[in-house]
Design a protein around this ligand. Structure first.
Ligand SMILES: O=P(O)(O)OC[C@H]1O[C@H](OP(=O)(O)OP(=O)(O)O)[C@H](O)[C@@H]1O
Length: 108
């Protein structure tokens, strides 16, 4: 079974605001504290999101692709550690912008 949980924080560039659960986890996965559930996120930064999910499913295994030092203790597995001040550009966070064809901007 694949399930999603959606937690959003409201913040400006420097301050992470209050976290809010926008979509809860289905009840079936909360049985036994989430035992046998694998939670995957792209990043743990301050660790607040992971901490919130852990409260919902204390026995779940939490894995992320990237971990910053502050969030690292909150996850069980991660692929790559980056420094706390690294900004990661995920393709799914980027917008596409129109690029003028090269032959229109350079004249020989
Ligand atoms: O460890 P934390 O500081 O809680 O941050 C980690 C969360 O931030 C990112 O989400 P995203 O940027 O989409 O959401 P957010 O900015 O609303 O947290 C990422 O996908 C994690 O879910």
């Amino acid at each position: 079974m694949i399930e999603t949980v959606c937690i959003a924080s409201y913040h400006d560039y420097s301050e992470q605001g209050e976290l809010r659960v926008i979509k809860e986890i289905g009840e079936k996965l909360l049985v036994n504290g989430g035992e046998g559930v694998l939670v995957i996120d792209d990043l743990t930064d301050t660790g607040k999101t992971a901490q919130m999910v852990r409260k919902m499913m204390p026995k779940a295994h939490f894995a992320t692709v990237y971990a910053k030092p502050q969030g690292r203790p909150l996850v069980d597995t991660f692929v790559t550690e980056v420094s706390q001040d690294t900004w990661i550009y995920f393709p799914w966070d980027m917008g596409f912008t129109y690029q003028e064809p090269i032959n229109k901007s350079h004249r020989g």
